[in-house]
Write a protein that binds this ligand. Structure first.
Ligand SMILES: *Cc1c(COP(=O)(O)O)cnc(C)c1O
Length: 364
């Protein structure tokens, strides 16, 4: 790690931190994204001055002018990563350098300030360190949410001249309530997530804002998540609202849609491709049509389908619903490949399986 970009962080501990018993209680089966740790990290950027005012401080609301640019033009990006407490008590992050790189790529697409990777890692490490008592053991983890937004008070339409970078954290358990073994997905034939030339490959809040109407439609149809098709032909499977997707074929190979600018380049996706190949499996990145998925599920050519991402890790898709009906994946119960990849990946993340890829980053 280069030290050129290291910023000096001011540390101001919370004056009235959460008592240990209360932390312990909030680590028992926390709902995703509701309970937050005591601290946050903030760094400011202004044109001409660059990054400054790096702080670890008590978590508190921001004061924003009503003309704050992000409230009008949605110049905002984020990351999602987790800190784990291994069986040996060691604290680790999974491929944090990849999140730092992707954050820079998202910032570039959204015309935002470039945050050096080592500063990103320093900020995340500082929050994990000060709030380490909030990292659950067992199957839980501390979800970290680095984000950046346009903080300039100005209604003119151009890239802002001021940004705030912030990291917050929340202890999490299973992403899907009740630790479901498989989810039901809704295939939207009306709404799309990203078009060629758009922001599909950037992790920005705007992509999520645009996907919520389809998520509402999914919920109304009794589904957990949305599967988006491509914007040009409404035919090719792209990804879920916040997860990438893989198909397990009857010859044991994996298929996943290729990254072509409209799909978010998931770190879990990349890790599964590498892991599966290392295990001797064939992985193909190729376009796959919704019609083919339906026919292949019926014929048995597709045995399993799973979604993957940091929050939900690896989750099997059991049922697929769409405007024209529904279908089941495989026999609805046996999901050997999904289960095996999930066990391997979570095993590496938690220090139970040897990390032959150098993915695990220990925090002192
Ligand atoms: C974050 C995200 C993913 C998953 O990325 P990971 O790096 O694996 O967490 C997939 N799709 C979308 C739209 C996302 O925002």
């Amino acid at each position: 790690m280069s030290t050129d970009n290291q910023l000096k962080f001011t540390v101001e501990r919370h004056s009235n931190p959460t008592p240990a018993e209360q932390i312990a209680a909030s680590l028992v089966d926390p709902v995703f994204g509701r309970v937050f740790t005591d601290h946050m990290v903030t760094i400011r950027w202004t044109e001409g001055r660059g990054w400054h005012d790096a702080k670890v401080e008590a978590r508190r609301p921001f004061q924003l002018d009503p003309a704050c640019a992000v409230l009008h033009y949605a110049q905002e990006i984020f990351e999602g990563m987790k800190a784990y407490r291994g069986a040996d008590g060691k604290i680790s992050l999974f491929r944090p350098g990849e999140n730092a790189k992707r954050f820079r790529a998202s910032a570039a697409r959204m015309s935002m300030a470039d945050l050096p990777e080592d500063v990103f890692l320093q900020a995340v490490g500082a929050l994990v360190d000060i709030d380490r008592d909030w990292i659950p053991g067992g199957d839980g983890s501390l979800y970290l949410r680095p984000f950046m937004f346009a903080a300039e008070s100005f209604l003119g339409v151009r890239a802002a001249a001021e940004y705030i970078f912030c990291v917050i954290a929340c202890p999490v358990g299973a992403y899907f309530k009740g630790g479901k073994s498989a989810v039901t997905v809704w295939v939207s034939d009306q709404y799309t997530r990203a078009a060629s030339g758009g922001t599909g490959a950037a992790k920005c809040g705007g992509n999520y804002a645009a996907s919520l109407i389809a998520q509402t439609e999914a919920s109304a149809n009794g589904c957990d998540q949305v599967v988006f098709l491509d914007a040009a032909e409404h035919r090719w499977i792209e990804e879920l609202g916040g997860m990438n997707v893989f198909f397990v074929m009857d010859d044991g190979s994996l298929l996943t849609p290729p990254l072509a600018g409209t799909i978010l380049p998931g770190i879990t996706r990349a890790s599964i491709i590498q892991l599966a190949r290392h295990e001797g499996m064939t992985v193909t990145e190729a376009p796959y049509a919704f019609e083919a998925w339906r026919a292949d599920a019926a014929s048995g050519r597709v045995r399993e389908t799973f979604a993957c991402g940091t929050a939900a890790v690896v989750t099997a898709i059991g049922q697929v619903r769409h405007a024209g009906g529904e279908f089941t994946i495989g026999n609805g119960a046996e999901r050997d490949v999904t289960q095996r990849l999930r066990t391997l990946l979570t095993g590496i993340q938690r220090g139970k399986v040897a990390d032959s890829f150098g993915w695990v980053h220990h925090i002192a």
